[in-house]
Design a protein around this ligand. Structure first.
Ligand code: GAL
Length: 686
């Protein structure tokens, strides 16, 4: 069991509440700046990220700096006790720079160079850009290093993307040389280049993946993605050098993202690597509530999963760096949050470990692409509108909840989520790209624990899971031998592991293990794998598990040499009556192998059984309907209990004993009812 950490992530020990503030858009209308300072206090906000897209105002011409407007804004925020998250401006380069130094403009996979425009599109390698970034960052650090309003550095904005210019190609070749210890033959082996005669005879022949060139050499693509992560981190390390030097006591974060279409973890960068280099994790959350494609409860499960994943990166509270107080402008349909949803969705992040609720953006822009994106202050400048009041309400809650800042969560269940695995799955030419859905499958297994209010940590393959009671490993197609070793040691020592179909197929170079399923996995799970069958939606089969039939969807693994206990068998097809679910004992531990993807009822029954067997418990026991989630943060003397209704009907929640409402200070005993999208934050003394 993990120890509870009491970590204080803010100077002030308050929840951060505020958002991205772009005063540089309003310098010609100074009355708005004055108004903002007033409204920030009316809104119960206290923290503002400033400067992230301000480079063309901070350095309007090369070497000519203008910080006076920023001085004034920071001073004014300080004057009412507010905090500043000072952002570095590298996410959007000024036009003069792009014109004078074309090498800083990205080259895409088709080897076309971008024009100046948009943002997040600089070369990751260009020495000129790196130097310019260091210069402006040094200036910011020199000027504001002792300013008491500065709480933290906000580095750049949502790092993403890749560049294929000649500088990046050379950097990639150097990276490959280091990884393969200068041995080109090792590269040829690892990438299996003899296939279609793609062997390299010289380092200079290596080129990044492109639809015009190499796009099916899976090992190359996997290494390119590793390189892009490493090069982004390297760029970031260059950015923060002057900050670490001049402001060693100011913490550093950069805002991570989710891939928002389906709300899965961000794919393009390996955040488990990036996390090692930031002081605190923060992320930007934009779930599409009230959509046609899923219920709010289904979406809430996914949000909970990502919060738990990002919290687990450092096993510490994190920050929500951006969210919208109302709607965004880039979903397919940009729907307003229904009454109650803003407070509820904000409290959900806090329940899972966030010490902040921040917004994009403070004041709605007048022009350009985000002029219709939700913000705290609308074009009407009116504090009486619904959105402004919703923000005030969140601010009021957070002020009342101060004692929760820094408390963590304690979990006995670990899920494994691996970025490299997701990359390898993206390039698979096999199974069905449509139905692989690795992150979504992991979220579907997580769902049952969320519904049972059982806390989960979501770990990457390199983190230690030896203290957990249960480790769930869905679809770990790319599996290193060192991970198999770790699993085996964990089970020998009494742990319980669940693993699914399509796991342990390839090694870290995306090369398939030879000689059947890996012998380590064979002995841990008491079986070998013969074939994997991929289904059309119209295919019909089921698994009989413990006397009940469950519909099989998408994948069915055909097993052989099974020495473990057979818990489930296929009902039809040429593998009728053969094992589909197997339990095996090794040492004092137990493993379960789920060979087929099944309807969600299987996850319900399978995990319910395991939850009973392992005596897994919600930290605070309660009974409630299926749209309600009860999540807990723990302090040494109390549990903070967030009771949340993601449904549109009133819900009753029953529990034992008494709790105190942290916001109203009322005592609540045994039962409470929640309106549609209602939330209560309660304290239960230990
Ligand atoms: C974020 C970005 C912000 C803003 C926001 C709009 O991804 O960091 O700058 O564009 O989206 O939702």
């Amino acid at each position: 069991m993990k120890a509870i950490q009491k970590t204080y992530s803010t100077k002030a020990r308050n929840f951060l509440h505020g958002g991205d503030y772009f005063p540089e858009q309003w310098l010609h209308l100074p009355q708005y700046l004055q108004e903002d300072i007033k409204l920030m206090q009316v809104a119960h906000t206290n923290t503002f990220s400033i400067g992230m897209f301000a480079w063309s105002r901070l350095e309007p011409q090369e070497g000519v700096y203008d910080f006076e407007w920023l001085d004034e804004v920071i001073d004014r925020i300080h004057s009412f006790g507010g905090n500043v998250l000072l952002a570095t401006p590298s996410g959007a380069k000024p036009a003069w720079m792009a014109k004078k130094y074309p090498e800083i403009r990205r080259i895409n996979t088709r080897r076309e160079q971008e024009l100046q425009g948009r943002r997040h599109n600089h070369c990751l390698t260009s020495p000129v850009y790196r130097e310019k970034v260091q210069m402006i960052n040094r200036k910011l650090a020199e000027r504001y290093q002792n300013h008491p309003a500065i709480l933290m550095w906000h580095i750049s904005n949502e790092y993403s993307g890749e560049c294929h210019c000649h500088l990046c190609q050379q950097a990639f070749r150097n990276w490959v040389k280091v990884r393969y210890e200068n041995n080109l033959e090792a590269v040829n082996q690892a990438w299996w280049t003899t296939f279609w005669s793609h062997r390299y005879s010289d380092w200079d022949e290596i080129e990044s993946p492109s639809e015009l060139g190499e796009n099916e050499t899976h090992g190359l693509i996997l290494d390119w993605q590793r390189f892009v992560t490493d090069q982004t981190i390297d760029f970031y390390k260059n950015e923060i050098e002057p900050l670490r030097e001049l402001t060693p006591d100011i913490s550093i974060t950069t805002n991570f993202m989710a891939d928002t279409e389906d709300l899965i973890p961000f794919q393009a960068l390996n955040y488990s690597e990036f996390a090692k280099h930031v002081d605190l994790i923060s992320w930007d959350a934009y779930p599409a509530w009230h959509s046609d494609s899923q219920t709010d409860k289904e979406l809430a499960v996914k949000v909970g999963f990502i919060d738990d994943l990002y919290r687990s990166l450092k096993q510490k509270p994190f920050y929500i760096m951006e969210s919208t107080p109302s709607l965004v402008n880039w979903h397919e349909v940009n729907k307003a949050k229904r009454p109650g949803m803003h407070l509820l969705s904000s409290m959900q992040h806090v329940a899972h470990g966030s010490d902040s609720i921040m917004y994009f953006q403070w004041r709605k822009s007048r022009g350009a692409s985000e002029k219709l994106h939700g913000s705290v202050v609308d074009h009407d400048n009116n504090t009486e509108n619904r959105v402004f009041k919703d923000v005030q309400e969140v601010g009021h809650y957070l002020e009342k909840m101060r004692e929760i800042v820094g408390t963590n969560r304690k979990a006995e269940v670990a899920f494994i989520y691996d970025w490299e695995n997701q990359w390898a799955m993206k390039t698979i030419q096999g199974y069905s790209q449509e139905s692989l859905r690795y992150p979504q499958t992991t979220q579907e297994h997580y769902r049952r624990f969320w519904e049972r209010d059982i806390p989960v940590d979501v770990l990457n393959v390199n983190q230690d899971f030896s203290d957990y009671k249960l480790v769930v490993v869905p679809m770990l197609y790319l599996m290193k031998e060192s991970f198999m070793e770790k699993l085996s040691t964990y089970i020998e020592a009494g742990g319980t592991v669940v693993m699914t179909y399509i796991s342990g197929v390839v090694n870290e170079n995306d090369l398939v293990y030879l000689g059947g399923w890996h012998e380590k996995l064979q002995s841990v799970f008491g079986l070998d794998i013969s074939e994997t069958d991929t289904y059309y939606p119209s295919d019909n089969n089921s698994v009989n598990y413990q006397g009940k039939n469950y519909v099989v969807k998408d994948y069915a693994t055909i097993l052989k040499d099974v020495s473990g206990d057979i818990l489930g068998t296929y009902v039809a097809d040429f593998y009728q009556d053969t094992p589909a679910v197997v339990r095996n004992q090794q040492g004092t531990g137990t493993s379960y192998y789920i060979g087929a993807r099944m309807e969600s009822e299987f996850q319900d029954d399978f995990y319910d059984h395991l939850i009973e067997t392992l005596h897994l418990r919600a930290p605070v026991q309660s009974t409630h309907g299926k749209n309600v989630s009860v999540q807990v943060r723990q302090a040494p003397d109390a549990d903070y209990v967030f009771i949340m209704n993601f449904g549109t009907a009133e819900e009753t929640v029953d529990f034992e004993g008494k709790m105190i409402d942290v916001v109203t200070e009322e005592e609540v005993e045994k039962s409470l009812s929640l309106d549609a999208y209602g939330v209560r934050v309660l304290k239960k003394f230990k």
